[in-house]
Write a protein that binds this ligand. Structure first.
Ligand SMILES: *Cc1c(COP(=O)(O)O)cnc(C)c1O
Length: 370
């Protein structure tokens, strides 16, 4: 926590605004709108997954439709497609950004159209806070007139050409889950470009009550609005967001330096100056033949010292639940899953922690690269 979270929670208690609406919700939305550049409308919700679900609904995704989705991601990017009775069509990653490959994306769209069904939306993800190739992906979405849903759940504080991630698509999705760069314990937001789109999200997220003195419903609603207590945490967190980005990026620099002289290990970094990642997680790819060790050997060496690391997201097209879903591309995502590792990246790591991480990694490297 940053420090002022309890102050905002106390305000909510004193005013008795303990509900899924109230001054903290409004103020948190304003803070986010300002942070994202001031040209968007934000609806604070109970989760990033809820935001993705509402984005799909607002894009008109329904039963029997197809939605393109980046395969290399967390399952929450894809699950809401299935909530809507639609089918996900998974697309491979490109090696530079680890995100949706523009070539495979185009191939997927053209082939689905040829097969008789134009995709209803595209879900692209800024994985680990690394922006996807916004220029090309957005270009393809516009060319085929398919709405782009930008899953920026991991990318609050990242920019592409100086513009905030989450603001490029028809909708942007943010998450404030406990593991994200800032948290409201659990929460998310839908980034919209019109007041109308935001109003619709708020309407759907508060049980879709029509404007009447009694309870009148013409739509299926959801209980997806953010609580005024959680939003109080969010307001406090917004005050430290910039520091958190600095701290996460410093962890990335730490690993860049650590692995600089190590053969066969590549630290996941921005391809060029158009990209600015929050480096929510620092990750590496290990080529076992060059490095002399596998990602699993490094993971276990760290675990032995009680240091947690994790393989990258397992691509969705390799998940048992999505075994029947169409897939376009090659083996980029699969290869990343085989060789990639997320390293300790928290903004609260101490110099002592870093020294311990470094010593453990260098012990393995020295043993294998003599
Ligand atoms: C965390 C996450 C989500 C879901 O957000 P929640 O707030 O946990 O529902 C969606 N997509 C990605 C890429 C995520 O990392």
């Amino acid at each position: 926590m940053g420090g002022n979270e309890l102050k905002y929670i106390h305000e909510a208690f004193e005013a008795n605004w303990v509900a899924p609406l109230g001054p903290n919700v409004n103020a948190f939305e304003q803070d986010l709108e300002q942070f994202l550049g001031g040209e968007v409308k934000v609806a604070a919700l109970s989760a990033g997954t809820a935001a993705l679900h509402l984005a799909l609904i607002e894009c008109g995704v329904g039963h029997g439709d197809e939605v393109i989705c980046q395969s290399m991601t967390f399952s929450a990017s894809a699950n809401p497609i299935v909530y809507q009775g639609a089918t996900p069509v998974f697309v491979d990653s490109e090696p530079d950004t680890w995100n949706i490959c523009p070539v495979a994306l185009r191939e997927a769209i053209e082939d689905r159209i040829a097969k008789g069904k134009k995709p209803k939306a595209i879900v692209a993800v800024h994985l680990y806070g690394m922006p996807f190739n916004v220029e090309e992906v957005l270009g393809i979405a516009k060319e085929f007139d398919i709405p782009l849903i930008e899953d920026a759940a991991e990318a609050l504080g990242s920019t592409y050409k100086g513009k905030a991630c989450g603001t490029f698509g028809r909708f942007g999705v943010l998450s404030f889950n406990g593991n994200k760069i800032i948290t409201t314990s659990g929460g998310g937001a839908l980034v919209c470009h019109t007041q109308e789109d935001k109003d619709k999200a708020v309407f759907l997220s508060t049980q879709a009550r029509d404007n009447a003195p009694h309870y009148q419903h013409s739509h299926i609603g959801y209980n997806y609005r953010m609580s005024n207590i959680c939003a109080g945490i969010g307001r406090g967190q917004m005050e430290v967001l910039k520091d958190r980005v600095v701290a996460r990026r410093a962890m990335h620099d730490f690993y860049k330096e650590l692995f600089a002289g190590v053969q066969g290990v590549r630290v996941f970094s921005e391809p060029d100056e158009k990209y600015f990642a929050n480096h929510w997680l620092s990750a590496i790819v290990i080529e076992p033949e060059e490095a002399g060790f596998t990602r699993e050997e490094l993971r276990l060496a760290l675990l032995e010292e009680n240091i947690e690391s994790r393989p990258l997201w397992k691509p969705m097209h390799l998940q048992p639940i999505f075994a029947d879903a169409p897939y376009y591309g090659g083996k980029v995502a699969e290869d990343l899953f085989d060789k990639g590792l997320c390293l300790p990246s928290g903004s609260n790591l101490t110099d002592e922690d870093r020294a311990r991480i470094k010593a453990t990694i260098m012990r393995l490297v020295t043993a294998k690269q003599r």
